[in-house]
Write a protein that binds this ligand. Structure first.
Ligand SMILES: CC(C)(COP(=O)(O)OP(=O)(O)OC[C@H]1O[C@@H](n2cnc3c(N)ncnc32)[C@H](O)[C@@H]1OP(=O)(O)O)[C@@H](O)C(=O)NCCC(=O)NCCS
Length: 165
């Protein structure tokens, strides 16, 4: 699970604290629909439940030296896998997000056969909209989440596109 600069690996319980650091960043909180800081106790419960959930896939995004860059999450729904991504502050703006998204979608496609991916992005989150577009996602309408406008991005993987990372 490696790209030129970025690799992904399944998250383990040992990553709980690292991920807590990333999701506690004010910019990341601003990118969420609830915009609420999650307390550590709540995060620990969420993280353990996520690892135990067969329909949820958590990946750590790492660089070549195994430094943590961020987290990638897939939730398998009926037709789509919903995808969410966060990078730590220092790792943003280098194209790692699109690379990780492509890697992750390919891994999920290979392991589950799910070929359709969907992301909900706050309409005011321009870097995220750009990153999903760079990864090949296409804008597919808008909706409202927690009273906030959300852009919907979708991506379909095919046998011919699954190796194109
Ligand atoms: C959104 C995110 C995953 C994108 O990944 P990334 O690796 O930073 O994406 P890219 O490097 O391809 O950057 C995408 C675009 O946003 C811009 N950008 C990235 N970070 C930025 C920042 N902090 N401020 C302004 N622009 C920024 C880049 O310049 C790029 O624009 P360009 O295509 O015109 O050059 C990452 O920035 C992130 O984790 N942000 C905080 C959490 C978040 O918003 N998650 C998504 C929730 S849906």
């Amino acid at each position: 699970m490696r790209n030129r600069n970025v690799s992904i690996r399944p998250a383990s319980i040992d990553d709980c604290q690292d991920i807590f650091g990333i999701i506690s960043d004010p910019d990341v909180i601003k990118a969420t629909f609830k915009q609420k800081k999650i307390p550590l106790d709540e995060h620990k419960i969420w993280f353990q439940m996520a690892l135990n959930n067969p329909g949820r896939f958590l990946f750590l995004i790492e660089d070549n030296d195994k430094n943590t860059l961020g987290m990638l999450r897939f939730d398998i729904q009926k037709k789509y896998a919903d995808v969410s991504i966060v990078l730590n502050k220092a790792s943003r703006g280098h194209g790692y997000g699109p690379q990780a998204l492509n890697l992750g979608c390919n891994v999920i496609y290979q392991t589950t056969g799910v070929s359709d991916y969907r992301a909900y992005v706050r309409a005011d989150n321009i870097p995220s909209c750009k990153a999903f577009t760079k990864a090949g996602f296409v804008h597919n309408g808008t909706t409202t989440i927690e009273g906030t406008e959300a852009d919907i991005f979708v991506y379909t993987i095919t046998d011919t596109s699954s190796n194109a990372v």
